[in-house]
Write a protein that binds this ligand. Structure first.
Ligand code: SF4
Length: 479
C-alpha cells in the first residue's frame, strides 16, 4: 500500500512534519505518528463536506455553477463600500497572498485570526522585541521549559514530545521515563482511593492540596518542566512543578520574578497567591538553567493586562539573559496563523488588521481590526476564508457580520457557511492541495497533496484568483 511520508499535519501550530499517511484507491486508510486530533483530521476530513458551490436565493442556499458563484461574489465585493476579508490562518501562504491582492483591489479591510488570539502578543513584540529561536534548537538544548497560560497536552498534543520535555535532543535527554514512573505512583494512589471509597461507600480522603514545595527534580541537572496556570491542567500533571497563579495576576507575578532576578527585596509575603519563598526558589532555578524558554498562550495574552503581560514576560526574559540564556515563544494555535502574519507583513508591512480603504495599507488594531469594525457596524459585506467567526466572535460582531452579504470559502460546513450568501467548498490544504505554511517558530514547511480532491472542488488559491479576476473585469466595465 502506498505510504506518503514526511507529511505535515494541517491542524495546530506545532505543524508536525513526520506524519506518514497510508493511501488506498485515493482514500486515506491509516495515519502514523499523528496525535488523535491530527489523525482524526486525516481520516475523517471527507465526512460532512459539500462539494458544490451554493448561492442564497429566496432565503435558501441552493446549488449553483462555479461561474455564477464567482460572479455573485465579485458583485458583492465591488458593490460594498467597506468590505472585510477575514480568516486566513488555516490556508496556505499562497492563498493569503492572493487574498491581500483582492483586499487592496476592493479597498477593504483584511484581518486574520491573530486578532482574537495572539494580537496583543504581536503588539507587544512590536513594542519591546523578542528573544526567540527555532523549536529544533530548543529540542536539543533547552533544560528548563516553562509553559505559561497554555495547555499543550490538550491543544498541541505532540509539542512536549517533539520539541521540549519528552524529546530526545543532542544535548538534553527526554524525561518521559521519570514521568512514567511518577504516573505509576499517581495511578496507584487513585486506584487505592477508588477502592476504599467503594468499600466504605464514602470519600474518606480529602482532595489533595497543590503542593507549593519544589520537588527534588527541580534541583537536578536535567531537563525540567514548569507549568504556570490558574488551574491544574493535563500539562500541569506532566510537569515537574505546577505554579498556580490567581486569575488575572500574571502581570504581578512576572514583575515579582523580575525583581527577584535583579536581587531586589519584595516587601510582601505573597504575590498572586504564591509565597515569596517559592518564587525565590523558582527564580533560582531559572537563573541556574543553561537554556530556558517560556512558551505562553492565551492564558497570558487574553487575560487582564493583555499586551502588558507579554511586555512583562519579554522583559523577564531580557533580565534573565543577563544571568543565563533564556528565550520566549507564543504558542500559536492554527497551523498557519504565523504564516498569515508573515505574508501580511511581507505584502503590507503589517501583521494583521490591515485597512486598504484609503488606497494604501493602514494599521491601527482597535480601529482597523474586524471585531471592532463589526461591533461599530461599519462594514457592508464580508469574505471569510477557512474560518468560522459566527461560532467564535462576540454576539454583536457575529450578528452584524451575517446581516450583510457574506461569502465563505471553506471545505467544511460551519455555522458561518450556513449563514452565508455564497459558499465555495474548497479543497483541504495539506491533504488535497499543496502549499506552504509557517510553523509557530516561523519555519516555513511544505503542505503536501496526498489525495485527489472531488472533481468540482478548486483550491482556495484558484477560487480567490477567479474572484479577483472577475472583480477586475467588472470593475473595468463599470468605469
Ligand atoms: S500536535 Fe498538532 S500538528 Fe502535531 S499531529 Fe497533533 S494536531 Fe497535528
Amino acid at each position: 500500500m502506498p505510504v506518503v511520508s514526511q507529511v505535515t499535519c494541517p491542524v495546530c501550530g506545532s505543524f508536525c512534519d513526520d506524519i506518514e499517511v497510508i493511501v488506498k484507491n485515493n482514500v486515506i486508510t491509516d495515519v502514523r505518528n499523528a496525535c488523535a486530533i491530527g489523525a482524526a483530521k486525516f481520516l475523517d476530513y471527507a465526512n460532512h463536506r459539500s462539494v458544490k458551490p451554493l448561492v442564497r436565493k429566496n432565503g435558501e442556499l441552493v446549488e449553483a455553477s462555479l461561474d455564477e458563484a464567482i460572479r455573485k461574489s465579485a458583485e458583492i465585493l465591488i458593490d460594498a463600500t467597506y468590505p472585510i476579508l477575514y480568516g486566513w490562518s488555516s490556508t496556505s501562504c499562497e492563498a493569503i497572498r492572493v487574498g491581500l491582492e483582492l483586499a487592496e483591489e476592493v479597498g477593504g479591510v483584511i484581518d486574520n485570526t491573530s486578532t482574537i488570539c495572539h494580537g496583543p502578543s504581536i503588539l507587544s513584540i512590536q513594542d519591546v522585541g523578542i528573544s526567540s529561536c527555532t523549536l529544533g534548537q530548543l529540542r536539543h538544548r533547552a533544560d528548563l521549559i516553562v509553559y505559561w497560560g497554555c495547555n499543550p497536552w490538550s491543544s498541541h498534543p505532540r509539542h512536549v514530545e517533539r520539541y521540549t520535555t519528552f524529546s530526545n535532543g543532542r544535548f538534553q535527554k527526554s524525561t518521559w521515563r521519570a514521568y512514567v514512573s511518577r504516573l505509576g505512583g499517581i495511578l496507584s494512589k487513585k486506584r487505592l482511593r477508588r477502592a476504599v471509597n467503594l468499600v466504605l461507600r464514602r470519600d474518606v480522603f480529602a482532595t489533595p492540596e497543590i503542593s507549593r514545595e519544589l520537588p527534588y527534580t527541580m534541583f537536578k541537572k536535567k531537563r525540567k518542566m514548569v507549568v504556570v496556570d490558574v488551574r491544574k491542567t493535563h500539562s500541569a500533571d506532566v510537569a515537574d512543578y505546577f505554579l498556580q497563579v490567581e486569575p488575572n495576576k500574571d502581570y504581578e507575578l512576572l514583575q515579582a520574578f523580575r525583581m527577584l532576578i535583579a536581587d531586589e527585596e519584595l516587601d510582601v509575603d505573597r504575590v498572586a497567591g504564591v509565597p515569596v519563598e517559592t518564587l525565590d526558589e523558582i527564580a533560582d532555578v531559572m537563573i541556574g538553567c543553561k537554556l530556558g524558554v517560556i512558551f505562553f498562550g492565551l492564558g497570558l495574552t487574553m487575560t487582564e493586562g493583555k499586551l502588558r503581560n507579554i511586555d512583562a514576560a519579554i522583559s523577564l526574559v531580557r533580565d534573565l539573559n543577563r544571568r543565563t540564556k533564556f528565550l520566549i515563544m507564543p504558542m500559536r494555535g492554527h497551523f498557519n496563523v504565523a504564516g498569515a502574519n508573515v505574508v501580511f507583513t511581507w505584502q503590507t508591512g503589517y501583521p494583521f488588521a490591515v485597512d486598504f480603504s484609503q488606497g494604501y495599507p493602514q494599521y491601527n488594531p482597535g480601529e482597523t481590526s474586524v471585531i471592532d469594525i463589526l461591533c461599530r457596524d461599519e462594514t457592508d459585506a464580508a469574505l471569510v476564508v477557512a474560518s468560522d467567526p459566527v461560532a467564535h466572535f462576540p454576539k454583536k460582531a457575529a450578528q452584524n457580520l451575517v446581516k450583510n452579504p457574506l461569502i465563505v470559502i471553506d471545505p467544511q460546513t460551519t455555522p458561518t457557511s450556513l449563514m452565508a450568501d455564497v459558499v465555495f467548498p474548497s479543497t483541504f490544504v495539506g491533504i488535497e492541495t499543496e502549499g506552504t505554511a509557517y510553523r509557530m517558530d516561523h519555519v516555513p514547511l511544505p503542505l503536501k497533496k496526498i489525495v485527489e480532491p472531488p472533481s468540482n472542488c478548486l483550491s482556495d488559491v484558484e477560487i480567490l484568483q477567479r474572484i479577483l479576476h472577475e472583480v477586475r473585469r467588472l470593475g473595468s466595465k463599470r468605469k
